[in-house]
Write a protein that binds this ligand. Structure first.
Ligand SMILES: [Zn+2]
Length: 565
């Protein structure tokens, strides 16, 4: 039993200025956590209890899926990050520190290198595969703008698991086991999290799912199909492209003056053409090398897709000088006559009467056939997808929703094992790189996501499985020995059943206790007062209900247990 009179807990009427979203406000107001500095939070006793319950569920499901718990250092030597090249590619988001001998270390933002290093030293034979190991550990990211409390912090708690297999088929089985465990974990913590296809980002690898919680404040856009269940991160989402309507050649390409017209919309209006018949050209550098990307004029180029398709390093829009060197003045460029590789969005395949920039200020080319007039390296999926586009699986319109990622599964392949030489000997004695997968859950983020998804105007509504305690027992007359004795008896009976009780035994007015109980949001509220007990018993209700039932003391424990089922 937890007694408020002995607990480090203060509720606040006002949320701090920097709290933008409801879960951040409620976590602070309900005394679950406090800010130490930007992006750094301290868990107070109640928040800590909820966090521990989430961690326990994560551990149970990981163990059930056959994974084994380990614990790696947070402070990791730079050498292993140099072996995979991520010492360079992780950029300023990674905290780097030096020891007194001037040796560099990393405050781990993720742990592929350390886990791969362990596999390299411990696994030598196919007989030791498969293995999946995990840890719950703090991670660090130097966020430019930490915000939303635990959703985007500089330090956070992650569960990260890594699977090691002899081949692709084995890696698929390990992936499936983790994916299924994730579905169970989020269901048990009371979170609606949808698995969506995702980009693999800095982690690399070739296949990934994100578990997203839909929330208006989410930082990711998700294209979601209500008809067939397809869902993908906006960076990754594909669409069934409509058939290009302008496939008939209309004579030779011809320069037209378009003075002062640069944006596709401007050019389309000026020439009296639909905007999707004007081709948007963008010069992008990939690992420093320029390429041109083409999309219909009403679309944007997805740099994420471009990086995934072409590979070869960091992707950025080229500066004006580079654009001028390889094509022409920004705002008037096009694919005709350029010598750098040109990639066109799939929806442009067959485009035969379109407008492109002429690589000359104030001019465009009309009646261009891409196949005839330009040299296209490949037609690939490059354009961003938006609401109303057709689902790539079933063709029905896609919706766009906001979401926050709480978990991610990656199929890594041999990217890390090959880079670090983590090999095993197969049945024939041949050395082969271990096939890997990695699987993360943002544990502290999950805690706040639960609150973001489950609250009302009065406060948090904790799902019973992760609630700091299951019952708020409000002792209205702590000075009355008879009432106190009855409340204590009930609390002990509940604890004996494994139901944890938070006893509000403060010398406070009933109104204050009611408000605080709603704000803190434990699933069942029990009022023990002299008046109520004289009338027949305890007043019992769920956090989500308005009316209480009066239950005689001897029946109260059963009634409460029933409400928690
Ligand atoms: Zn669909």
């Amino acid at each position: 039993m937890l007694r408020w009179s002995q607990t480090l807990l203060n509720t606040l009427r006002e949320a701090p200025q920097d709290a933008e979203i409801v879960s951040h406000k409620l976590m602070i107001r309900a005394g679950m956590m406090r800010k130490l500095a930007g992006g750094l939070y301290t868990y107070l006793p109640l928040g800590m209890r909820a966090l521990r319950k989430i961690e326990a569920i994560v551990r149970e499901e990981m163990d059930r899926a056959g994974a084994q718990e380990t614990l790696f250092p947070i402070l990791q030597p730079a050498e292993i990050w140099k072996q995979t090249g991520r010492w360079e590619t992780m950029g300023p988001g990674m905290f780097r520190v030096r020891d007194r001998k001037e040796a560099w270390y990393v405050l781990a933002p993720t742990a592929e290198e350390a886990f791969t290093q362990l596999a390299k030293s411990e696994i030598s034979s196919y007989r030791q595969l498969p293995r999946t190991i995990y840890q719950l550990q703090d991670k660090f990211r130097d966020e430019i703008r930490p915000r939303f409390g635990l959703i985007r912090g500089k330090e956070f708690i992650m569960k990260d698991a890594y699977s090691f297999d002899a081949d692709d088929a084995g890696a698929d089985r390990s992936y499936k086991a983790m994916y299924d465990a994730y579905v169970r974990i989020f269901a048990r913590v009371g979170l609606k999290a949808k698995p969506v296809e995702a980009d693999t980002g800095d982690i690399g690898g070739n296949f990934s799912h994100e578990f997203m919680v839909f929330a208006a404040s989410g930082e990711d856009g998700i294209l979601d199909c209500q008809a067939c269940g397809y869902a993908a991160n906006q960076e990754r989402a594909e669409r069934k492209a409509a058939r290009v309507p302008y496939q008939t050649e209309a004579g030779a390409a011809e320069p037209v003056a378009t003075p002062g017209q640069h944006a596709c919309e401007e050019v389309a209006r000026f020439l009296g053409r639909p905007v999707d018949q004007v081709v948007k050209s963008l010069v992008v550098t990939i690992g420093g090398k320029p390429v041109m990307a083409l999309v219909p004029g009403d679309r944007e180029v997805s740099l994420t897709k471009l990086r995934r398709i072409i590979g070869g390093g960091a992707v950025a829009e080229a500066d004006a000088e580079t654009v001028a060197q390889v094509a022409g003045p920004v705002g008037s460029i096009g694919p005709v006559g350029v010598t750098i590789p040109v990639y066109a969005d799939r929806s442009l395949e067959g485009a035969a009467d379109v407008v492109v920039g002429a690589n000359r200020e104030g001019f465009h080319l009309t009646h261009v056939s891409l196949a005839r007039d330009a040299k296209i390296a490949a037609y690939v999926d490059l354009a961003t997808v938006r609401a109303g586009d057709c689902c790539p699986k079933c063709g029905k319109p896609l919706e766009i929703r906001r979401g926050t990622e709480v978990g991610q599964c990656f199929k890594l392949g041999t990217k890390y094992s090959a880079a670090m030489g983590a090999n095993f000997l197969d049945e024939t004695g041949q050395p082969k790189p271990i096939v890997m997968g990695c699987y993360g859950i943002g544990v502290s983020r999950t805690l706040q996501a639960v609150v973001e998804q489950s609250n009302d105007a009065d406060g948090i509504i904790w799902p019973a499985a992760v609630s700091p305690c299951q019952v708020a027992l409000l002792l209205l007359d702590p000075g009355d020995p008879e009432v106190t004795a009855k409340a204590e008896t009930l609390a002990n009976a509940l604890e004996a059943r494994g139901i944890d009780v938070f006893l509000d035994d403060r010398e406070e007015r009933p109104g204050v206790k009611f408000k605080d109980a709603d704000l803190i949001g434990l699933p069942v509220r029990v009022v023990a007062g002299a008046k109520g007990l004289a009338k027949g018993g305890f007043e019992i209700r769920r956090r989500t209900e308005k009316e209480s039932a009066i239950v005689p003391p001897e029946a109260a424990a059963d009634a409460i247990a029933a409400l928690l089922k």
